[in-house]
Design a protein. Structure first.
Lengths: 421, 385
């Protein structure tokens, strides 16, 4: 019995070792790997797994190959990296640094789609930038921190590009646009006059809240106060009682992600200040895609901004997003549920357009996308239903689209698209 | 007693030789064999034992060795050790970057071109500064806990571990002073100058490994020497029976504070090493689960035994960082399954802890004294029968 067990264990170990050694795709000249770098553990797991599935499906649809303008056909592989750890339950700085090393070390890898968190991008981008065969291109579907591409905090964005060449782009608008768009919507459609601005003290939350607070006075809104809340507090009644004491506050803007105790903030806001009809609640896209939030009675009537076009409105428009959603539903049994998945495919399309225009090297791809006049994904194949173009000088998308959503009957419903002025 | 010490010395020598041999082998592997070897070897090493992961492991070893002094040697339960990691990391952020832009100080530092503002001190001095600064903080938190034991002590250290990261998370505006840049963190950290002849860039992981291994070896040596000396014996006496130790003339206050200071010093070193490893410092990292992870390394490895703690740190950091994920990829690839292995991480940690507490409470490689204490009653029973 013991011998049998030992034999089985040896066979299993040998099998695993063989699989471990034989799994590589090799570094052939016409085989390229496009990777994703997203947190696949913790609260963002489901939406990022969906993004990976969407990217793989898109590559399958194009036959896992792309033809460059010089006629070279590149076969494509997809590799998903996880930048989170179970111990943290979210993105992990050490894991981001390790992934960056792996991206560079994997000779077949040509570009990265990601990251989800701007903090992680701040670690990875400088390493990819110094790739001896690069700079290596990274295009994000979700990073909204402005400092990655434009002057924001001291030293930004130059400190992320030690070689002086840009290697990072994104297909989603930045927080400054989202915050400003939120303020425009609040003034023009909701007609609010006095807002109190909260943030969760994160890179993202502070950025978007600051952008809202900066834009509000220009729209005729008085910012009654601005402060960070502690996401570890059990309740925020005292905070909202203080706001109630100010008097005349008719809107609360919460620059945060739902994970940062957003549920409690919303409950206490309604508990103290009244429902979202009396005192408007506006939240950024850090709350989008969380069914727990949508199901809260206190969330009904809340307004949400999304830095881009929402999945449901894109799908309803028909064309490429709708047909892709049908294929996704057929393969995975459900339709695309979060907008970042669609933007992940859009980022992938930018990378593919770059490969078409390049010589198939990392440096060539980066200069194709972020050099000269850049690349454009035509509207007829674009996952966003419109032309996608990154400004080669900054890497930012030239489209400043935003969507206004509201929570109604436990669902996120698109109210209207909003172009930030 | 002398015979026992000789056996212990021999054992330590064997372990030290083994540690050096492994370190040399890894450097040769990363520096020569992998870059010049076949692609399958490159892929295998990159997937299972990458240089970046090994460097991160060393950070965990340094941390675990520090906590071992507090928990393993002196028997003082510390649930907030991550605070020292944070303080050490931020000392590196303050002294090795352009963050404090109102200053322009350079003491043998290596600022990257265009980032000359701020304070730039050489890595080695920053190590000492961070270690010293953390040691002071170790004494500060140690002082009020001197009269506390077990659960109460754990609660105080837990509080400290929660407070310090919060200070850094909220520290972007303290009366107008930006202490930590909040959750945005501090990047980049100046490159390390490798023994005076080259600046280590992001891809010089093999040279960084040498530096980190040297620091780790230093910490191992300090741990072993302290353990064998008068202070180490005093720590053990306190751990076994505080009242008896006090009656025998062990100065409780000084001895306990020394344990906190030495442990915190190590935490500070680890913090600086980590900051240079990831080229930045972010407050979001320093949460309670990291303190627990380090504690689990000490407990599983073998409290009080330097080598056991190292093994615990290597195993758990490997599982957490790369092992489980890679194992999952391999199994899924081989058997065409879609099992999310990393999601079982805490199940594995938890099961491992339960099994260890049931069948091997003393850890993987226990200290001889701990093993004797743990099996004291079993031996008594055997004698009775």
């Amino acid at each position: 019995m013991n011998k049998t067990l030992k034999g089985a264990a040896l066979a299993a170990t040998a099998g695993l070792l063989l699989a471990a050694c034989g799994g590589s795709s090799g570094g052939g000249g016409k085989s390229l790997t496009i990777s994703s770098d997203l947190p696949l553990q913790g609260t963002n797991k489901d939406q990022n797994t969906e993004a990976n599935n969407a990217m793989q499906l898109y590559l399958d649809q194009i036959g896992n190959k792309v033809t460059a303008k010089d006629g070279t056909v590149y076969s494509l592989n997809f590799k998903a990296y996880d930048d989170s750890t179970a111990a943290k339950g979210s993105w992990d700085d050490a894991q981001c640094a390790k992934n960056a090393q792996d991206h560079v070390a994997n000779a077949a890898e040509i570009a990265v789609m990601g990251t989800f968190n701007s903090g992680c991008a701040k670690i990875i981008v400088p390493i990819l930038n110094q790739d001896p065969n690069g700079p290596m291109l990274m295009v994000s579907n979700a990073n909204t921190n402005p400092g990655l591409t434009k002057a924001w905090d001291p030293g930004e964005p130059q400190k992320y590009y030690p070689t002086g060449k840009r290697n990072y782009g994104r297909v989603i608008a930045t927080d400054d646009f989202q915050g400003a768009g939120g303020a425009q919507f609040a003034a023009q459609d909701l007609k609010v006059k006095k807002c109190y601005v909260l943030d969760d003290n994160s890179t993202y939350g502070m950025g978007v809240a600051k952008a809202f607070a900066d834009a509000a006075p220009g729209q005729g809104i008085t910012v009654a106060g601005m402060e960070a809340y502690d996401p570890k507090q059990p309740n925020y009644s005292a905070l909202f009682n203080k706001i109630k004491g100010i008097g005349g506050v008719d809107c609360i803007y919460v620059g945060a992600t739902y994970d940062m105790n957003g549920g409690q903030i919303v409950k206490d806001k309604v508990g103290v200040l009244g429902d979202n009809q009396q005192v408007k609640l506006i939240v950024p896209d850090g709350f989008v895609g969380y069914s727990e939030f949508d199901n809260l009675p206190e969330a009904q009537g809340a307004y949400m901004t999304f830095s881009g076009l929402a999945a449901d409105s894109l799908i309803k428009r028909g064309g490429k997003p709708a047909s892709f959603n049908d294929a996704f539903q057929k393969k995975y049994g459900h339709s695309l549920q979060n907008s970042y998945s669609i933007y992940a495919v859009a980022a992938l399309q930018v990378i593919l357009a770059g490969i078409e225009a390049s010589d198939g090297t990392r440096a060539g791809l980066t200069s194709a996308v972020l050099g000269g006049s850049g690349v454009t994904v035509p509207a007829d194949i674009s996952m966003l239903g419109k032309e996608i173009h990154l400004d080669p000088a900054t890497g930012d998308t030239t489209a400043h689209d935003m969507t206004i959503l509201t929570v109604s009957n436990n669902k996120e419903v698109t109210l209207k698209p909003w172009t930030v002025q | 007693m002398t015979g026992h010490k000789a056996i212990e010395d021999r054992s330590n020598r064997r372990w030290a030789i083994g540690f050096t041999a492994v370190a040399v082998f890894l450097f040769v592997l990363y520096h020569w064999i992998v870059p010049n070897g076949p692609s399958w070897l490159h892929d295998f090493v990159q997937g299972w034992f990458s240089n970046a992961n090994t460097n991160e492991m060393i950070v965990y070893i340094i941390m675990a060795l520090g906590l071992n002094v507090v928990v393993g040697y002196a028997g003082l339960l510390d649930l907030g050790f991550v605070a020292f990691w944070a303080i050490g990391g931020y000392v590196a952020g303050w002294l090795m970057s352009s963050f404090l832009g109102n200053f322009k100080i350079n003491i043998f530092g290596n600022p990257a071109p265009g980032l000359e503002m701020g304070i730039h001190v050489t890595f080695w001095w920053v190590l000492l500064a961070a270690g010293g600064f953390c040691a002071i903080w170790g004494i500060i938190i140690g002082a009020p806990t001197l009269r506390l034991k077990s659960d109460y002590l754990a609660l105080v250290t837990l509080g400290f571990g929660e407070i310090i990261p919060q200070v850094f998370i909220n520290g972007q505006d303290i009366n107008g002073f930006n202490l930590s840049n909040g959750n945005q963190g501090i990047t980049p950290i100046d490159p390390i100058r490798f023994f005076g002849f080259r600046n280590l860039g992001p891809f010089d992981l093999d040279y960084k490994f040498v530096i980190y291994a040297v620091i780790c070896a230093g910490m191992v040596m300090v741990s072993l020497r302290l353990r064998q000396g008068r202070l180490g014996r005093a720590w053990l006496a306190i751990r076994e029976d505080e009242l008896a130790a006090s009656m025998m003339g062990v100065p409780l206050m000084r001895t306990k504070l020394a344990a906190y200071a030495v442990g915190a010093f190590s935490g500070g070193l680890g913090g600086v090493v980590f900051a240079t490893h990831i080229n930045g410092i972010f407050a979001e990292r320093f949460n309670f689960s990291i303190s627990i992870l380090i504690l689990a390394m000490v407990v599983l490895g073998g409290m009080g035994n330097v080598w056991g703690v190292m093994v615990g740190a290597i195993v758990l950091s490997w599982i957490n960082g790369i092992g489980l994920q890679q194992f999952g990829n391999t199994v899924n690839g081989a058997f065409n399954t879609n099992i999310d292995f990393p999601s079982f991480n805490f199940l594995i940690f938890g099961s491992l802890l339960i099994l260890m507490m049931m069948f091997r409470r003393e850890g993987f490689i226990p200290e001889a004294r701990v093993r004797l204490v743990m099996h004291e009653h079993e031996d008594d029973n055997e004698e009775v029968h």
